[in-house]
Design a protein around this ligand. Sequence first.
Ligand code: NAP
Length: 234
Amino acid sequence: MSKLKGKWALVTGASRGVGRQVALGLAEQGCRLLLHARQSQHLGPLLEELRGKKVEARAVAAELSNATEVDALIDGVLRDLGGVDILYNNAAIMSPWRDAHTTPVDDYRNSFEVNVIALTRLCDRFLPPMLERRWGRIVNVTSGIQNIRELLPYSMSKAAVDRYVRDVTPSLEGTGVIMSLLDPGWLRTDLGGDKAPNAVETCLPGALVPVLLEDGAPSGKFYCAQDYRTDAPS
Ligand SMILES: NC(=O)c1ccc[n+]([C@@H]2O[C@H](COP(=O)([O-])OP(=O)(O)OC[C@H]3O[C@@H](n4cnc5c(N)ncnc54)[C@H](OP(=O)(O)O)[C@@H]3O)[C@@H](O)[C@H]2O)c1
């Protein structure tokens, strides 16, 4: 039986792309799921699929650039469940392609609000109940993007996520809570685009590795989902 059986997992951005794959993978492991998207309706097909498999799943909604909506989501989960066992911070936005020196301030603002500030808020508020229970897994999704100056707001936001994990994780040593970084690889999703070399399904099983870590494994590690592929590259 999976060691994750019955654990509550919140997956942000679960309606499509990587988040949908992660949700399906966690369901296979016996998790109960809180599926997030900007609007609950976006989660209808996945909810139906999971319930068809007798998986306990609920939809939660929040626009992650809106701090009030993020806090309302967290308040609701804390009230109903007391917290989550697994927080999978997957949702993110890609900034528009901009020629050098033309990036508007709002590109940076939007990227940081969704990709960094919401993520850190979710971590900071779900960590205390995990620490009390002395068990938790937090996965913050990052990216291997580099040297593309036209996408700097996106790549800088992911660098900030990396820095958050680097600076928070020393304090998690010995607590039972393990926080990790996960790069899913360049995938054909709405965010990754149709030129990406990898099908979205190839993020599994690697994307589950940081959730399945043994108790006592170190925090702050970087996992690349593509390293765990069992099939030939597509
Ligand atoms: N795809 C790649 O090649 C690639 C490479 C490296 C890293 N990543 C990372 O992998 C993660 C998932 O990417 P993906 O390719 O699966 O993206 P995606 O297909 O575009 O899916 C994005 C998900 O995030 C949600 N979302 C988008 N904007 C949001 C907002 N403002 N507020 C709340 N939720 C929002 C979407 O929900 P709605 O249905 O409501 O829109 C959707 O569920 C991201 O962290 C990304 O940076 C992806």
